[in-house]
Design a protein. Structure first.
Length: 184
């Protein structure tokens, strides 16, 4: 079976002219988006959804990171997992809490277990059971339920791209993790 063509992150010199305005924003800052830049129309369309999922989620910053980390773990995406350790720390997650997101839900706080369990259910059944949906709405609100589902879908797409093309971790994140590895 032939190997899939690799699409390495585009350098500034190879950046497509039709999305030149995006290079100095979010798109030029991370290898995942530099990889997506091989398809300029997709990257441009991605921008509005990214803005909502990353910066306007009803989950709030810390719970959003719980969902993203569990999604990255379930996808087997080393890039997504590693990329979000630093952000999770920034938003107050301890290393022990971050590490718990790779384990069984019974080893997590009730709040994290509810969110991680919902991520797991989406991966296993491609839908949420009524009782999980109701629990999320009761605890976090209706918009958070939609944002959780959208976040899992959004980061699954990124994970598929990252895993398919072996996108390398960004140098600054790799250096940060080397200097400050996860500890319990």
């Amino acid at each position: 079976m032939p190997e899939i063509t690799r699409y390495d992150p585009l350098s500034d010199a190879d950046w497509p002219a039709e999305i030149a305005d995006m290079r100095d924003g979010f798109a030029g800052g991370l290898n995942v988006y530099r990889t997506m830049a091989h398809h300029p129309a997709l990257l441009r369309a991605w921008a509005d959804l990214r803005e909502h999922v990353v910066n306007r989620s009803a989950l709030g910053r810390d719970l959003l990171e719980v969902v993203i980390l569990r999604t990255g773990f379930r996808l087997g995406s080393a890039y997504e997992w590693s990329q979000h350790i630093q952000r999770a720390r920034k938003y107050g997650l301890t290393d022990a809490r971050i590490l718990s997101l790779r384990g069984p839900v019974d080893g997590m706080t009730a709040e994290d277990a509810l969110l991680a369990g919902a991520v797991d259910e989406l991966f296993v059944n491609a839908r949420l059971a009524a009782e999980i949906s109701a629990a999320i709405v009761a605890r976090f609100g209706k918009e958070a339920l939609f944002d959780l589902i959208a976040t899992v879908g959004f980061y699954s797409t990124l994970g598929f791209i990252l895993n398919s093309f072996d996108t390398p971790l960004d140098d600054d994140i790799a250096a940060e993790l080397a200097a400050n590895p996860l500890t319990e």
